[in-house]
Design a protein around this ligand. Structure first.
Ligand code: DGJ
Length: 712
């Protein structure tokens, strides 16, 4: 009956777990790294609750898989049954495998015929912990899994600020922070993709936590399908966090020896504020998740979508390639519209053959032209979808996810294909693969433009299988074409999560590239994801989604916060604009190598309308800062900017890199004094402690600053 104690230490965090009476272990500490040794008895003494009146007579725990049968009144970690029986469970710990960077627990409930494997692993460098459950049916009869949460984590009541991300098409990653009180905060996503509406991640913090200081824990479910995020508050156990996949009824029925595994929950904690939390997640993604090609020089994209939409024509495309190349594009992407019958979004999805009525010689003239310029070539696909008006649907209507006799519910006049059907899977794999080979495609923009409903396959729910099949299809293509790069796009940013990032390495965060709207989108995105994987394209002077007009400088500076590219029609640029685009593209190219490993700092607002963030190289020798205004500041001058994350002992040259400084100057009588020479040299300490004055920044202006260590 001795308590058993388990410990994992990363560079800056410690995790302590305790198992009493062979029960599933409970997290008793997850926080800043402990220097003290602890033992099981001390931990038990410190963490065993009072026994309140009017409650159960014994002490109860909040283990990794909370069980109703042991006195837990919140959301049970496992919900399932054996044809109505075994609806409640009680696991006993059987064995543990302990390593410096992982703990694997095996627990069984023999009377219910179930085995549970719990795996916790850590990445010491980034302080990110990964958590998952696997449930196996060990009995002869079928066991239906209704819900299996990832390991449940207790949270302190002091962490009462909950930050989540929400939105819609064209307005993704909008941050919401609420104060938690009694009751539960729950998000259920049933859209069959990560979704625009909610992001499967959250940050819990204290009231005093900010970007540069304070305690916070982030949790993110790496899953691109349906999910639940839950933060609940129950009398006996204060607060707990539980995330898991939302399963459709009957979707997971385990036969003997079959298993169901949860998606992975990723967590990280810090006492150093939200920017550090983000840096840890970025570092983890870079080191552990993302494909290797994301660590190479990321090319400047030119994408055909907003330039031409469905107006595909060889002469226009070639002119677009020439114009994009002249301003520094290195990869040309032919977006939606190139395949059979795809003259609008009404038809053609599923027929992945080049439309010979538009391209009589195939894509060869275009691809050859792109290559002759030394550029790479990318192509758009939407593999999971079919238009009813397509040859594919006409010959295989049964390949669609559906629940007959209920009618299909179209969205963008398209339906979702049932990727669990092997013949369809093969068709998609081969039709994409043939084109990748034929045109030596370097990159695929993999789109997914609708939510999924009634995900039925042969009268059985198949949403879980569908997501696994999407991952499998991407993997099969990656394996067959090791140099191929895949981007995840889903009507903008509806499929961005750590699950998809194991199979793709670039994401399209939003169709909204209005730079002012982009401030919040990119801010929310940066909470969880490293900036260099985010496609950030410069749009037209009048943003297509909002009608807002902005200067080229502002659009280009905001696009430098990610992997820059062009969405505008390069053919329409005048000489001055071409020079401006080239100026910023050159800055991107000069800095992209260190940007891919940079630390991102979001600085607290000095004026409500000013948004400052910076990327500082890992060796602190160079940094790029952007200041973007989305309104009028209250004071006559915006005030002083104190930088962060620099080496206090290094001397930096600070330069404003705006192509058009006169534009900023004309809003006042004079720029701040240091900008007279557009450069100054100062120690990192003074740049961070004393800071320096910003110019007057009216709405929609942006400033790009570089700090470069002089001796470096
Ligand atoms: C939605 C994507 O987000 C856009 O960038 C574009 O590729 C269109 N789909 C094409 O249909």
């Amino acid at each position: 009956m001795n308590p058993r104690f388990f410990r994992l230490d990363s560079n800056d965090s410690s995790l302590l777990l305790l198992s009493l009476a062979h029960a599933i272990p409970t997290v008793v500490y997850y926080g800043a790294k402990l220097r003290s040794a602890v033992d099981a008895d001390t931990l038990q003494t410190l963490t065993s609750n009072a026994i309140p009146n009017a409650k159960l007579d014994g002490r109860t725990q909040l283990p990794l898989l909370p069980e109703n049968s042991r006195g837990f009144f919140g959301e049970p970690g496992l919900q399932g049954h054996r044809n109505g029986g075994n609806f409640t469970h009680q696991f006993l710990l059987e064995s543990v495998e302990e390593n410096t960077d992982s703990l694997c627990f095996v627990a069984s409930d023999n009377s219910a015929g179930l085995q549970l494997n719990i795996t916790i692993s850590l990445h010491a460098l980034s302080n990110v912990f990964s958590w998952k459950h696997r449930l196996t049916n060990t009995a002869k009869t079928e066991f239906t899994v209704d819900y299996l949460g990832c390991p449940t984590l207790p949270m302190s009541l002091a962490m009462n600020q909950l930050t989540t991300l929400h939105g819609r098409w064209g307005k993704e990653f909008q941050q919401q922070t609420v104060e938690l009180a009694a009751g539960r905060f729950q998000i259920d996503n049933r859209r069959g993709r990560t979704s625009h509406e909610h992001f499967p991640g959250l940050i819990l913090s204290e009231g005093t936590t900010g970007e540069l200081a304070g305690t916070a824990i982030a949790a993110h479910l790496g899953w691109s399908g349906n999910y639940r995020l839950l933060v609940d508050n129950i009398s006996e156990h204060q607060r707990y966090l539980q995330c898991g996949e939302l399963l459709l009824p009957g979707e997971v029925i385990l036969k003997q020896n079959e298993s169901y595994e949860t998606p992975v929950l990723f967590t990280t904690q810090s006492d150093a504020g939200l920017s550090t939390i983000s840096q840890q997640l970025h570092q983890f993604a870079r080191n552990k998740l993302l494909p290797k090609w994301t660590r190479t020089k990321r090319p400047v994209h030119s994408n055909s979508w907003e330039a031409l939409y469905f107006d595909h024509d060889m002469d226009k495309l070639i002119a677009l390639v020439d114009a994009a190349h002249a301003t520094g594009a290195e990869r040309f992407i032919l977006d939606d519209g190139w395949f059979n019958a795809r003259r609008s979004d009404d038809a053609g999805l599923g027929d992945w053959q080049v439309d010979e009525t538009v391209f009589p010689d195939g894509l060869h003239p275009l691809v050859d032209h792109v290559r002759s310029k030394g550029m790479q070539f990318g192509l758009w696909f939407e593999p999971e979808m079919v238009n009813p008006d397509s040859a594919l649907f006409r010959s295989h209507p049964e390949w669609v996810l559906q629940c007959p006799p209920y009618p299909l519910l179209p969205a963008r006049k398209q339906e979702v294909l049932d990727l669990s059907q092997p013949e369809l899977f093969e068709y998609l794999f081969y039709s994409i693969s043939i084109l990748v080979e034929q045109y030596q495609i370097d990159y695929i923009k993999w789109d997914m433009n609708r939510d999924t409903l009634n995900a039925g396959s042969g009268q059985q729910a198949s949403q879980h299988k569908q997501i696994l099949a999407v991952y499998r299809l991407m993997d099969a293509l990656n394996k067959k074409h090791p140099k191929l790069e895949i981007e995840s796009c889903a009507s903008g940013g509806a499929r961005v999560d750590f699950g998809i990032l194991e199979h793709t390495g670039r994401v399209w965060a939003s169709d909204n590239i209005d730079p002012i709207e982009r401030i919040d989108i990119q801010h929310g995105f940066s909470l969880f994801f490293p900036p260099e994987i985010m496609g950030a394209h410069i749009g037209s002077a009048t943003a297509h989604l909002t009608g807002r007009q902005t200067t080229l400088d502002t659009r280009a500076i905001v696009a430098l916060q990610g992997q820059t590219g062009f969405e505008f029609d390069s053919r329409k640029l005048n000489d001055e604009e071409r020079a401006t685009v080239k100026h910023y593209t050159d800055i991107y190219k000069q800095n992209r190598e260190w940007l891919g490993e940079a630390r991102l700092w979001r600085l607290p607002s000095i004026q409500e309308c000013l948004h400052v963030c910076g990327m500082v190289s890992a060796d602190q020798t160079i940094a790029l800062w952007t200041v973007v205004s989305n309104g009028s500041h209250l004071q006559a001058t915006p005030g002083k900017l104190n930088l962060h994350g620099l080496n206090p002992d290094a001397i930096y040259e600070v330069t404003c890199l705006n192509a058009n400084i006169d534009y900023l100057a004309h809003f006042g009588k004079a720029l701040p004094q240091w900008m007279d020479d557009n450069s100054m040299s100062l120690s990192g300490e003074l740049l961070m402690r004393i800071g320096f004055m910003l110019p007057y920044m009216p709405p929609q202006t942006a400033l790009l600053l570089r700090c470069r260590e002089l001796s470096a």
